[in-house]
Design a protein around this ligand. Structure first.
Ligand SMILES: O=C1O[C@H](COP(=O)(O)O)[C@@H](O)[C@H](O)[C@H]1O
Length: 266
């Protein structure tokens, strides 16, 4: 690892020399959390995002992880989804299925994708209902300080505008507090209709990882992590602040290039 450190209130930062190194560290991190969670709870409830994240998780499909991870205990969810058919190129489900889920022995009934045959509003309601049932049976744990689900791990990417999941800058969806899963119909990034976990759900997770690569995201990384004052509303990525859980940033050097360096150690 090129650099690592713990920012005083923005979590752990892991900055990598190359995407290959980042991918290995990310696979190790996920495999370790899976092992701990399976030991403690018998299952691993993980929520994925779309975008570049899935490609960066690719090492999980290779040795040793493909044989050592207890895939049968994984329960898969999505932190956000686009309201398109599951076989559409924009579908986060399709991305994960093609890039990960079809390559490892995950139990098909443990894959909780979002319904693509109803409206975004209905799909969000239905997904929240599914999650509520799985919280009742403790397949998904529950937060001890709110009634929110406590996923073992939520994996997020971040767009160049600082969005995470489908929580976009200056969008009213950032205020959604009553729902676990909500929807938008005016995403600034196509496609416009999307379903997303709300911030309270993200911030109730036991572990949240934000995985970001590329120079085009360096400014957003700086605004999400460094002490930049309060003149502008915080980016959605900056609002990711797990209440009791652990936040880890996986960055490559270009993405980290605008960070103030004082918080790191080699
Ligand atoms: O639209 C989305 O974008 C973000 C970031 O994607 P990336 O390709 O820039 O990494 C992604 O995390 C989210 O799940 C997706 O719906």
């Amino acid at each position: 690892m090129a650099l690592s450190g713990v920012h005083k209130d923005r979590g752990e930062l892991r900055i990598h020399e190359s995407l290959d190194e980042l991918g290995t560290d990310l696979a190790d991190y996920i495999a370790e959390l899976s092992e701990t969670s399976v030991k403690e709870r018998g299952v691993f409830a993980i929520a994925l995002s779309g975008g570049s994240l899935i490609g960066l998780m690719g090492k999980l499909c290779e040795a040793p992880y493909n044989k050592t991870v207890d895939w049968a205990k994984w329960y898969i969810f999505w932190a956000d989804e686009r309201a398109v058919a599951k076989n559409h190129a924009d579908s986060n489900y399709k991305l994960a299925k093609d890039g990960l889920l079809s390559k490892v022995p995950i139990v098909p009934s443990h894959v909780h994708s979002i319904n693509d045959s109803v409206s975004a509003e209905e799909a969000a309601d239905e997904y929240e209902f599914v999650i509520r049932q799985l919280v009742k049976t403790r397949t998904i744990s529950v937060s001890d300080i709110s009634d929110c689900p406590k996923f073992d791990l939520i994996l997020l990417g971040m767009g160049p505008d600082g969005h995470v999941a489908s929580l976009f800058p200056n969008h009213p969806v950032l205020e959604a507090n009553d729902e676990w899963v909500t929807y938008i119909t005016d995403s600034p990034k196509p496609p416009p209709e999307r379903i997303t976990f709300t911030l309270p759900v993200i911030n109730s997770a036991s572990n949240v990882a934000v995985v970001v690569a590329g120079e085009g995201k360096a400014e957003a990384v700086h605004l999400a992590i460094d002490d930049v004052g309060t003149d502008c509303p915080p980016l959605p990525a900056r609002m990711v602040q797990p209440t009791k859980g652990k936040l880890v940033w996986f960055l490559d050097k270009p993405a980290a290039s605008k960070l103030e360096g004082s918080q790191f150690s080699e």
